[in-house]
Design a binder for this molecule. Structure first.
Ligand code: FAD
Length: 383
């Protein structure tokens, strides 16, 4: 690049790249990456058909997963010791944060990026062609377009309502509540109650299917939520704001040129990805690999965890999570959040296995083994 000092303009030779990085997709991952690239002085082009569309989902994360650079104002509410009800009550000694989605979006400011409001159609190593034929070039191209839904992929689904905290006062914040008071047949696929404060005197009560292929649909989850809340003395009147969740928990592929859900950042056995993407954004902005061999092996182990969840008989799911929440907090953290912590993940899985009743261990071993390509999706992609 040269500068014509007399005219005060900057010009680029025809062959020069027009941006340091081109980011396709402005979901939480793409927007976080664009924001961090701009913060470290890179020139950024972003492509998304609806770049100004604000997110409406309720995002949450463990407090210790969030990067230091993240504006503390995006924390809407913190639960110091969230509860997990399995076959009994566990308090998790790990603060859990519900994010203010609107403030998160605002805080990931991308002023200064060149914005192309179109679909990216073709992605090359240094070029992206958009739906109108515009070609954006960059030293790097990152695919953060998320994962397209497919019946072949396990999904997470949920149906939730937002109530004022006074109405929800009888329900303590629950990371997951597997108690069987939602009216479902004991042999039917399980769902749990997710109950978190949203700040501002509001609470989200959500019946959640952690992972299913196919996952429970919204109609079933709504009926279960209404039944569960009624049995706890909360009647819904239909005027509540509703949150519907449906997204694939499989289908991403780890790699240098993909990020967020598209890049294998969704924890296949939990569905969480937002905090992991926020945390990794700086390394990706710097051009570092965020998929060292240890992270790839952790990804494979987590995918085995998803296979186990998809295979366990519904009545055993609370037993499985009972064993999980009996693990010491550092091991829980390693499995839930240690994206490249191979030793921690393997130790947590071994300890979980040892804590399971012997009759479940056999199921876990069989289910956790990788499948042949013909027996299901080959790339494993899970709140
Ligand atoms: C209601 C709800 C609640 C959730 N709660 C949590 C939670 O508490 N914690 C958590 O970690 N996760 C949660 N998730 C999951 C989380 O939303 C996803 O894992 C996350 O959004 C993935 O981020 P992403 O940026 O990689 O992809 P996406 O959010 O899927 O974003 C992809 C972006 O790419 C754009 N795009 C698509 N195709 C193209 C194209 N051809 N060209 C250009 N752009 C394109 C889309 O417009 C979109 O902006 C929740 C999901 C839902 C629906």
């Amino acid at each position: 690049m040269s500068q014509d000092k007399a005219a005060g303009v900057t010009w680029r030779p025809v062959a020069a790249v027009t941006a340091d990085i081109v980011i396709c997709g402005l979901g939480p991952a793409g927007r976080a990456l664009a924001h961090r690239c701009l913060a470290c002085g890179l020139s950024v082009t972003v492509i998304d058909p609806a770049p100004d569309r604000r997110w409406s989902a309720t995002y949450a994360a463990w407090a210790d997963e969030l990067p230091e650079w993240l504006d503390s104002g995006v924390r809407a509410a913190t639960v110091q010791r969230p509860v997990a009800w399995t076959t009994r009550r566990h308090e998790v000694d790990r603060p859990y944060v519900v994010l203010d989605t609107a403030r998160l979006w605002d805080s990931l400011d991308i002023t200064g990026a060149r914005v192309i409001s179109e679909r990216a159609i073709e992605l090359g190593r240094h070029t992206v062609t958009s739906s109108s034929g515009t070609v954006a070039t960059g030293a790097r191209v990152i695919d953060a377009r998320g994962i397209a839904r497919s019946p072949a992929l396990a999904e997470q689904t949920a149906y939730g309502v937002i109530v004022d905290a006074e109405r929800g006062a009888g329900i303590e914040p629950m990371f997951m509540d597997w108690r069987p008071d939602n009216g479902a047949d004991p042999g039917a696929p399980r769902s749990f109650l997710y109950a978190v404060p949203l700040g501002g005197g509001q609470m989200l009560l959500e019946e959640t299917c952690l992972a299913g292929r196919p996952a429970l649909d919204g109609i079933e989850l709504r009926a279960r939520l209404e039944h569960r809340l009624r049995s706890r003395g909360i009647e819904l009147d239909g005027a509540e704001t509703v949150e519907r969740v449906r997204f694939p928990v499989q289908g991403g592929r780890p790699g240098r040129r993909r990020f967020g859900a598209a890049g294998g950042f969704i924890h296949p056995a939990t569905g969480y990805s937002v905090a992991a993407a926020l945390t990794a954004a700086d390394a990706v902005a710097a051009g570092d690999s965020v998929w060292p061999p240890a992270a790839r092996m952790v990804y494979a182990l987590r995918s085995a965890g998803l296979r186990v969840l998809l295979t366990l008989p519904p009545t055993d799911i609370p037993v499985f999570f009972d064993a999980f929440f009996t693990l010491p907090t550092p091991l829980q953290r390693a499995y839930l959040s240690g994206r490249d912590d191979l030793r921690g993940t393997a130790t947590a899985m071994n300890a979980l296995f040892a804590a399971l009743p012997p009759r479940l261990r056999r199921t876990v071993i069989t289910a956790g083994l990788p499948r042949s390509p013909s027996s299901g999706p080959t790339s494993e992609r899970g709140r």
